[in-house]
Design a protein around this ligand. Sequence first.
Ligand code: SF4
Length: 460
Amino acid sequence: MFKSVNQLDDPLRLLDNPLTCPGLFYATPAIDGVISRIRIPGGILTSQQVRIVADYATNFGGSDKNVYVTNRANLQVRGIRGTETALITLRSVGLAGIPEIDHIRNIMASPTAGIDKHELIDTRYLVRELDEYICSHKELGGLSAKFSVAFDGGGKVSVCQQPNEITFAAIKKNTSIYFHLLIGGEATNILLEPEKCIFVVAALAQVYLNEVDITEKRKPRLKKLFQEKGLSKTLEQAQKYLPFSLNVSNKTFPLNKNTNYHLGAHSQRQKGYSYIGVVLPLGKLNTNQLYNLASLVDSYGSSVLRFTPWQNIIIPDIKNEFIPEVQEHIENLGLHWSANHIYSGLVACTGNKGCASSATDTKGDALALAEYLQQHITLDIPVKIHFTGCSKSCAYHGQTDITLLGAQKSEDNTITEGYQVFVGSKEVYSFVNRTILPKVILRLLQGYETQHCLNAGGIG
Ligand code: SF4
């Protein structure tokens, strides 16, 4: 499945035209050092690959040796040095692709593909096929670094709401399974047989490449370009590159929106087996946890670890009788598996440690909030809290219970960092100083516990 070093005709090297999104071959500087992003098509790694990633962070990471799961189920390591040597290590286990196209190996699938009892189709083979297609077509390197494709198998853990440029969402019609094509989140009402999906990605990519200057560092998003062009014109142009017709139905198709089933223990479609979704604090894993998780999946699972776009992990293929034992091991690693844990719904964007657009240290403030809440409240339902340093909301695009939008206030030549607080889509505070934020959020949650309404926290 993986390409070995000598199958590749390009030497290990960094590109000298860095993109704005970090990748392995695009050393993106941030305040705390160079960020390296390891793309994992479908978010699935073997235990051997997990150990190599831990070695990579240990040997080449900066002062922060942690590995972060991103909202694309990729991995990020900060402060990387000696990148070319590091790439040899990663490439030995298939984790460093080809420089020209590495930035677009951004393929998402449900992290429970193949084990979800309710899914309509196991999408893992489509992820592999698309990755192989991308790896063998260097001309796709002209695509925007934001180019992204998702396959949703129609199960209980949906990725339909993730912000992908092209989404294939499985649906059942009569007795057959099709994929509904969405472009930039917009329904096309086109149903495709599974074997046609890669053709459609190739055709849409071609339409995009026909219109952009591929030498430009900042290229437009495919979604934006196609919105400007209009859906029918886009489809008409894509049709020229396809050996079959794109038939637009006059019916609409419901979107699979379920994402709540990935944390905790759940039985799999394979009888007698379960998976456990593990909550990570803001997607962070230290290398000790990574090495131990690799050993855990070797001992109790199928030597595979899955990463989710909600910045958590899934351990699949555990025999049901071993679930309590594995849960104990997870807790011994300082991690959690309950969907009600405060970290289960806490998401933060990179923040001002790694992004110039951020008004605040979102990750630092989110950690401070989590620590405070853990000491003062036990949740009986999952609560989604989203910290974002600016209105772009890179970390999370779905509906959250509480959104905290970073802001700064300037008074007497002093800048104060804080947050605009939203409950659902309603603003309940225009500015809360970051130092009192944990107390304010605690009051909101206590209000919810007593009156089952977040607005009843005595604030709004
Ligand atoms: S949401 Fe804004 S501040 Fe946060 S990472 Fe994205 S661009 Fe930066």
